[in-house]
Write a protein that binds this ligand. Structure first.
Ligand SMILES: Nc1ncnc2c1ncn2[C@@H]1O[C@H](COP(=O)(O)OP(=O)(O)OP(=O)(O)O)[C@@H](O)[C@H]1O
Ligand SMILES: [Mg+2]
Ligand SMILES: [Zn+2]
Length: 299
């Protein structure tokens, strides 16, 4: 036997291959215990041999690892982009734990909860919460986003203003972010949250095109968009709203057909907080008296 065949034999002895053509003893998976399939195969220079196949549990595990690596890579890329978002830190503090259920906000609350729980099943079905300023639209969607991020989904949270200004900025020579980077991230993220939709007074032709590209691209990729908006119910139903993005209403209808739209009737929470603070400042003796009492008791 020449040295090549010898060497080959040496290598084969370390592989899950039989030493003869006789049907070998069963081999069991060390992980799940099931018997591993063995097939008779033609090995170059050696002839037919029994080969032990990889167990399906091992193949699944490798596939899972590969998926996980891809997901981590994608999330890293999106995180790199999101670092530039100024409001990111505040958004991470908005959770369901520090969100109070308030009258008029029930439907929006349930919709976001459902969208988180059924994220996979809903596929590209997104949501839109519209209503008065300060009534918790951003807080609610950010709370949902945070749960999804914790589950490993890639989420991009952008206000309309921020998105447009960043896309516009890419035209400046010194800007590091490229237009395609931002666009790609907006299309690739498992979830895109578009905060303050239609907050622009007027859309430039370029901005209209960007909105269409994102809305159309995500629809094609079967991925959802969540939106918040200050539209009133009247404005929401006004046909003119649909034509703000293009003269045929293409973008608007593409969006709306893929969304559950909820009117958040809750009042302005910022105003409630401001009124409470004012009351406290104008009647400071209430708080002070109690403090004094407790001090006396403790000494
Ligand atoms: N139900 C709530 N429970 C706790 N905090 C709330 C609630 N609603 C609103 N807030 C707080 O009030 C502030 C305003 O809420 P948020 O930014 O979500 O309002 P918004 O509806 O997005 O307003 P805008 O339309 O102006 O963007 C935030 O600090 C938010 O955390
Ligand atoms: Mg908001
Ligand atoms: Zn196995």
């Amino acid at each position: 036997m020449n040295s090549v065949t010898e060497g080959m034999k040496n290598v084969l002895s370390r592989l899950p291959i039989s030493s003869s053509t006789d049907k070998p003893d069963p081999v069991y998976c060390t992980n799940c215990g099931t018997e591993r399939k063995q097939i008779l195969k033609e090995i170059p220079l050696i002839g037919e041999r029994w080969v032990v196949c990889a167990c399906s549990c091992r193949i699944q595990e490798l596939k899972r690892q590969e998926e996980e690596q891809k997901r981590v890579k994608k999330q890293k890329r999106i995180e790199r982009m999101m670092k530039l978002s100024s409001t990111n830190r505040e958004l991470r503090t908005m959770t369901f734990e520090n969100y109070m259920q308030r009258e008029g906000g029930e439907k929006a609350y349930e919709e976001v909860q459902d969208a988180v729980k059924g994220f996979e099943e809903r596929e590209n079905l997104g949501l839109m919460i519209f209503g008065e300023t300060g009534n918790g639209k951003t807080h609610l969607t950010a709370a949902g986003a945070n749960l999804l991020i914790d589950q490993g989904y890639s989420v991009i949270f952008l206000t309309e203003k921020d998105l447009f200004s960043r896309l516009r900025e890419t035209k400046r020579f010194s800007n590091h972010e490229s237009f395609t980077d931002i666009m790609k991230a907006c299309l690739d993220a498992d979830l895109l949250i578009w905060d303050d939709f239609l907050s622009s007074q007027k859309f430039s032709p370029e901005e209209k095109d960007w909105v269409f590209q994102i809305v159309n691209g995500r629809e094609r990729a079967n991925r959802p968009i969540w939106m918040t908006s200050n539209l009133s119910p009247k404005e929401f139903e006004d046909p003119r709203t649909a034509y703000r993005l293009d003269e045929k209403g293409r973008t608007w209808w593409r969006l709306i057909v893929n969304m559950n739209c909820m009117y958040n009737r809750a009042t302005n929470y910022r105003a409630v907080m401001a009124m409470e603070r004012m009351k406290e400042m104008n009647h400071p003796q209430n708080g002070k008296e109690n403090e004094h009492d407790s001090n006396e008791l403790s000494t």
